[in-house]
Write a protein that binds this ligand. Structure first.
Ligand SMILES: [Cu+2]
Length: 109
């Protein structure tokens, strides 16, 4: 391999590595919509640092409240709020105004 080709090959490898790193490190954003008094399904794959956009499509006020008190998101009618996932583990959540509304997040480290 000539010096010129080797330099080019190294640049390509460095470029691929940079792409891989940025793909892994970038937090994902997911939406959980509330409609007809029900939480939509949470994302199957969720990691610490990801963002959840809670969106309330109902005409009622709801909350997304963690049983372990790690989050409590107030959602007036037709509103949405962003929340960064801060802890790994399974956490059940519910709506304070309608306790039969429930769901569970499963967060990987
Ligand atoms: Cu509610």
């Amino acid at each position: 391999m000539s010096a010129m080709n080797r330099k080019h090959a190294l640049a390509v490898v460095a470029g691929l590595l940079a792409m891989t790193v940025s793909t892994v490190a970038k937090p994902a954003e997911y939406q959980i919509a509330i409609a007809n008094m029900k939480f939509g399904s949470p994302p199957a794959e969720l990691h610490v640092g990801d963002v959840i956009v809670w969106r309330n499509d109902d005409i009622f006020r709801h909350t997304a409240t963690a049983r372990d008190a790690s989050f409590d998101v107030d959602l007036p009618p037709k509103s949405q709020k962003k929340m960064t996932v801060e802890r790994a583990g399974a956490v059940k959540f519910y709506c304070r105004f309608h306790p039969m509304m429930t769901g569970e997040l499963n967060v990987q480290p």
